[in-house]
Ligand binder design. Structure first.
Ligand SMILES: Cc1ncc(COP(=O)(O)O)c(C=O)c1O
Length: 452
């Protein structure tokens, strides 16, 4: 057994999980479908729906098929992104319901259209100012989700010929935005590696003299905390690389703070404000569907960028804006952050993280069983790496704990794991029981393996 509690080791140089996911159905030729899914249909008689079934069977065979699941409400949550347990907090509920109830009877609860038509309101604009002030940003622009924000911004902001350098583990939505973008080269760099960023940037500079001359823009796209590995990006090291190689100021940082919002930084403002480098970020994306128990996302940026997005970000323009109940729920959580009411939840979460680390460090198993804990010290996301993630997850689920096996294509091949997320509302007793359950599974698995 290897139990390592240090930083996550850099990932492989695979293309993004979701990009790889997309490639499966489209690259299956009829011939491949027949051989991999072992269907009796001749290629000519394959219908569209048959090809879906074959693609699904192909995933099933690779243990990669996704399914919707509903777990019992009594199960203990070690899986959701509700890190501060705000979704069940009475303080949040009361504030949210008060905002809903304090509107006049005729106040529209539906937005009625796109932000650019009837979906805008003084309430939405005031919320944007409130969130921008909280995050010490010049302005904020509300999108319907983090997915929409990443797609809308990355597809429209980089200009033709611009360079995008992105961490190999960035989220699928950022990949989707980059795919739609008019940028020139889009180059991957090794996960959270400042040396990798330097190498990728130097390679582009060697190809395009406009970069060193300052007339070609370079976007560096990272997350502050990675959703699957839970590690915090070395933002200051990245800034040092960009300052060194692009002193003329044509390097622009794009940071997705989806998983740090509410959890890290002063009053939960995120990693960037914790580091005090907010002025160095060109764009920050904060999403509200995780620790903030709501929905939607804000893009923090300068006023010209905001105006540009209002004109060019298609995922903002061509969709119905969030209605008042969502705006009120975002307002309710940001008021809780602003008043410092969530700070005790942040502290409690850190206590529980320390407790779980201790429990996991005490686990033991036979040498023959691959089991490794990957964990960044203060992160609520913990990876239990094993060659049998589905078995471990099912064992824990049967004992009443919600944990999930994370398989390729969501993560690179060879990085299978059970993802454990901690929440302020978890208890030490629940953590102890989870650790005991993992220990029982390890004991049982060792026995099984040693019998082979
Ligand atoms: C890093 C990251 N960015 C963006 C998103 C998308 O945000 P949303 O769920 O609000 O669409 C997610 C997760 O869903 C995420 O993990």
């Amino acid at each position: 057994m290897i139990i390592g509690l240090g930083n996550q080791e850099p990932g492989t140089r695979n293309t993004s999980a979701e990009t790889r996911a997309e490639s499966v159905p489209t690259c299956i030729s009829k011939h491949t479908i027949n051989s991999t899914a072992q269907t009796s249909l001749s290629p000519a008689s394959m219908t569209l729906v048959d090809s879906f079934s074959a693609a699904l069977a192909h995933r099933e065979a690779k243990s990669a098929r996704r399914r919707l699941t509903v777990l019992p409400r009594t199960a203990v949550d070690f899986s959701s992104n509700d890190f501060l347990s705000l979704s069940t907090s009475s303080a949040y509920r009361e504030r949210f319901l008060a905002l809903l109830n304090n509107t006049p009877p005729s106040f529209p609860f539906a937005s009625g259209g796109s932000r650019l038509l009837d979906g805008n309101s003084a309430y939405a604009e005031d919320l944007e100012r409130f969130v921008a002030d909280f995050h010490q940003a010049p302005t904020a622009l509300l999108f319907n989700s983090g997915y929409d924000a990443n797609v809308g911004v990355l597809s429209s902001i980089p200009q033709p010929g611009d360079v995008i350098l992105y961490d190999e583990l960035i989220h699928a939505s950022a990949h989707e935005g980059m795919r739609l973008s008019r940028a020139g080269p889009r180059k991957i760099f090794a996960h959270s590696s400042a040396a990798g960023l330097r190498e990728a940037l130097l390679a582009q500079m060697a190809e395009d003299p406009k970069i060193a001359a300052g007339s070609r823009n370079v976007f560096v796209v990272v997350e502050s905390i990675y959703s699957m590995d839970g590690d915090v990006a070395p933002i200051k090291e990245f800034i040092a690389v960009v300052d060194d190689l692009l002193p003329l100021g044509n390097g622009y940082f794009y940071v997705d703070e989806a998983h740090s919002t509410g959890v890290f930084g002063p009053k939960g403002a995120g990693v960037i404000q914790e580091l005090g480098v907010q002025d160095r970020m060109f764009i920050r994306v904060h999403t509200f569907g995780k620790a903030l128990a709501s929905h939607g996302a804000m893009v923090l940026c300068g006023p010209e960028t905001r105006e540009y997005l209002i004109n060019y970000a298609r995922s903002l323009i061509y969709t119905t804006a969030l209605g008042f109940p969502f705006l009120a729920s975002i307002r309710a959580t940001y008021e809780l952050l602003q008043t410092g009411e969530t700070e005790s939840l942040q502290r409690r979460l850190q206590q529980l993280i320390r407790h779980l680390r201790q429990q996991l460090a005490a686990l033991h198993t036979a040498e023959s069983v691959m089991f490794e804990v990957d964990h960044f010290p203060t992160s609520p996301i913990i990876s239990l790496r094993t060659s049998q993630p589905r078995q471990l997850a099912s064992f824990c689920q049967a004992k009443g704990f919600v944990v999930r096996a994370i398989m390729p294509p969501t993560i690179p091949e060879g990085k299978e794991r059970v993802r454990v997320c901690l929440h302020s509302g978890n208890t030490e007793a629940e953590i102890d029981e989870l650790a005991e359950t993992i220990q029982s599974w390890l004991n049982q698995s060792s026995t099984k393996i040693s019998k082979l």
